[in-house]
Design a protein around this ligand. Structure first.
Ligand SMILES: Cc1ncc(COP(=O)(O)O)c(C=O)c1O
Length: 380
C-alpha cells in the first residue's frame, strides 16, 4: 500500500528519538520539554473527584463552560482583556492540535505561511499537510531576535498566515512590545492571519512581562492565540489547551474542531477549571525562574558556554564549542550514549538542519535531576 506523503518531514520527531535513546541508555532526560516533578495535589484530587462524580462523558464541543469562564476570568485579571466565553474561546486537546486546526481554517493549496526558525517542529508539517508552502525565516543569532526586514521581504501576495512563538522554544527569547508593533505595521492592509503560540506565557523571567497578541487590538482581530494548560500546571500529559480568537475565527475553528476531535478530555477540563478558580495553583513562574537560575549557576562548572540566558520558556541553549566540533546531532547522541545526559540538537528546529553547534536543555526538572545531570557534564 502506498500512502501519500503529506509533508516534507521524514522519520520520527527528534523528541521521540532522544527520549527513546535516553531510556535505552539510562540517561538523564533533559531533552523533551516536560517537568519530572508532581502536579499540585489539589489538581490531582480534582481529577479523581471528576471521575468519581460522573464527569466522564463528552464535554460540550467548545469546552466545559466552567473552564471557559475560569480562563476568561484569569485573562481579565492578568492581562485586563475581555474574552467572550461563548464565542471567543475553545478548549482543545493541547496546543499542537490548536495550531493544526487554526492552520486548517486558514490555508489552502498554493498559500504561503511564514514561520521563524528555529521553530517548534510541528509548524512546517502542519502547513504542508494543508497543501500550503512553508516560508521559514531564520531568527538572528546569538540572541534570536526577529530580523523584521527579512519578514517584510518574505511577504508576498500569497502569504496567508504567519506563526510566531513567544516566549520561544527552543531559544528562550521573548518578544518586546516593539516586536508586536512592527508585526502590526507589516500585516496592515494584508489578509495575513496570525497564529500566536503563547504556550509559555507564564514562564517568563528577570522581571520581563509577556505581551499577548490579545492586548494588541489591531493584531487581535486577525489572530488565533494558542495556549497549553500542560505548560502552566506541569501536566503536559493531559494534553489540554485552548484557542482564543475573534468570533468569526472561532466559528471557523470550531467547524474544523467538531470533526477532528469534537471535544477535549472531560475530567481534565473539570479539574483544571476548579484548580484555576481556587487560586491555589502553585506559582509556576517563580518555580521555573528558580530552576533556570539554578541550572545557569550549575552550568558554570561545565565546559559549555551559555551565550544568552533564557528569558522565558523552560529551555536553555548551550554551545559546546569548547568541547568538540561534532555536528549537533552527533554531539547530542554522544552526550546521551557516552555521558548519560539527553538533550535536543538545535538543527532539528530548522527545515534545512542548520547546525549552530547548539543543544537545548530542558530545566523544568527537580533539583536532584539537574544536579545529577550537571555532575555528568562537569567532567567532559
Ligand atoms: C512552542 C510550543 N508550542 C506548542 C507546544 C505543544 O503544546 P501541547 O502539549 O499542549 O500540544 C509546545 C510543546 O512543547 C511548544 O513548545
Amino acid at each position: 500500500m502506498q500512502f501519500p506523503q503529506k509533508h516534507s518531514a521524514t522519520g520520527t520527531t527528534i523528541f521521540t528519538v532522544m527520549s527513546a535513546l535516553a531510556t535505552k541508555h539510562g540517561a538523564i532526560n533533559l531533552s523533551q520539554g516536560f517537568p519530572d516533578f508532581p502536579i499540585d495535589k489539589e489538581l490531582a484530587d480534582f481529577l479523581g473527584e471528576a471521575a468519581h462524580h460522573g464527569h466522564n462523558q463528552y464535554a460540550p464541543m467548545p469546552g466545559l463552560p466552567v473552564l471557559r469562564h475560569a480562563v476568561c476570568n484569569d485573562f481579565k485579571r492578568r492581562y485586563n482583556v475581555d474574552i467572550d466565553v461563548d464565542t471567543e474561546i475553545t478548549i482543545t486537546p493541547g496546543a499542537t492540535y490548536g495550531i493544526y486546526t487554526a492552520f486548517t481554517c486558514v490555508l489552502q493549496p498554493g498559500d504561503e505561511a511564514i514561520l521563524l526558525e528555529p521553530a517548534y517542529d510541528s509548524y512546517i508539517p502542519n502547513i504542508e499537510m494543508n497543501g500550503a508552502k512553508a516560508v521559514p525565516i531564520a531568527l538572528s543569532a546569538p540572541d534570536f531576535t526577529v530580523d523584521w526586514n527579512k519578514v517584510k521581504a518574505a511577504v508576498t501576495s500569497k502569504t496567508r498566515a504567519l506563526i510566531l512563538n513567544t516566549p520561544h522554544n527552543p531559544t528562550g527569547a521573548v518578544w518586546t512590545k516593539e516586536d508586536w508593533d512592527t508585526l502590526a505595521d507589516i500585516v496592515k492592509n494584508t489578509n495575513i492571519v496570525i497564529l500566536s503560540d503563547e504556550v509559555y506565557e507564564q514562564l517568563i523571567f528577570d522581571g520581563l512581562r509577556h505581551y499577548s497578541v490579545l492586548e494588541h487590538p489591531e493584531l487581535r482581530e486577525r489572530s488565533f492565540a494558542l495556549y497549553s494548560f500542560g505548560k502552566v500546571f506541569n501536566n503536559t500529559g493531559w494534553k489540554t489547551g485552548y484557542c482564543i480568537a475573534p468570533m468569526a475565527y472561532t466559528t471557523a475553528f470550531r467547524r474544523i474542531h467538531q470533526f477532528l476531535s469534537f471535544t477535549a478530555n472531560t475530567p481534565a477540563q473539570y479539574a483544571l477549571a476548579h484548580h484555576l478558580a481556587s487560586g491555589k495553583a502553585s506559582n509556576v513562574q517563580a518555580i521555573m525562574e528558580e530552576k533556570r537560575n539554578l541550572f545557569l549557576s550549575l552550568m558554570k562548572e561545565t565546559p559549555f558556554t551559555i551565550h544568552n540566558p533564557a528569558r522565558g520558556s523552560y529551555f536553555q541553549l548551550a554551545s559546546y564549542e569548547r568541547i568538540n566540533d561534532m555536528s549537533d546531532m552527533d554531539f547530542a547522541q554522544w552526550l546521551t550514549t557516552e555521558h548519560g545526559v539527553a538533550t535536543i540538537p538545535i538543527s532539528a528546529f530548522y527545515h534545512n538542519k542548520k547546525d549552530d553547534k547548539l543543544i537545548r536543555f530542558c530545566f523544568a526538572k527537580q533539583e536532584e535531576t539537574l544536579r545529577a545531570a550537571v555532575d555528568k557534564l562537569r567532567c567532559l
